[in-house]
Design a protein. Structure first.
Length: 167
């Protein structure tokens, strides 16, 4: 599910991973519209035989300083959520060389394993979002945006049938 806590989404693109090779992989996933296909703000990709966690970031020139801070904080939590899937997904098949060697890894061996991984990812994300509110330094707009993102993650927990109670 794509999420726009501040109601300001204009365009989206991949968040920088801190690794140029991974950034290229996530950029290719975005240009191939793979995020929209799975309806997610994060995705795990296989590039050159390595699993890479990717997250979307929304760009909007009207985004306030508070909104930009909230966006950075929840993007960090999206990376942590996707990191759970990196651990849970099977190893990458060898990828053919090329300028954008991207293979979608949205499939788990069984539906039960996918749901279990999603529930673990949501738990990590919700805990991260709760801790991220401290990074808002008391800014109510930032805190409200983080709380809205956390609420959406809790709704996803219900949708997936996760039996987890997180404040």
């Amino acid at each position: 599910m794509l999420f726009d806590a501040l109601g300001l989404q204009a365009t989206s693109g991949p968040a920088p991973t801190g690794n140029p090779t991974n950034d290229k992989c996530c950029g290719a996933a975005h240009s191939q519209n793979l995020f929209n296909r799975v309806g997610a703000s994060g995705i795990v990709m296989c590039c050159d035989g390595q699993k890479v966690a990717c997250a979307l970031v929304y760009s909007n020139p009207r985004l306030t300083k508070s909104g930009a801070l909230a966006q950075k904080l929840w993007t960090d939590c999206t990376f942590k959520h996707e990191g759970v899937h990196v651990q849970d997904l099977p190893s990458c098949p060898p990828c053919s060389p090329g300028p954008t060697p991207v293979v979608d890894l949205a499939k788990f061996p069984t539906v039960r394993q996918r749901v279990a991984s999603q529930c673990r990812g949501l738990k990590v994300e919700i805990n991260c979002l709760q801790k991220a509110k401290a990074g808002c330094a008391g800014d109510s707009v930032c805190i409200n945006a983080i709380d809205a993102k956390k609420g959406a993650a809790k709704q996803d927990q219900q949708r997936f049938g996760c039996n987890v109670s997180i404040p």
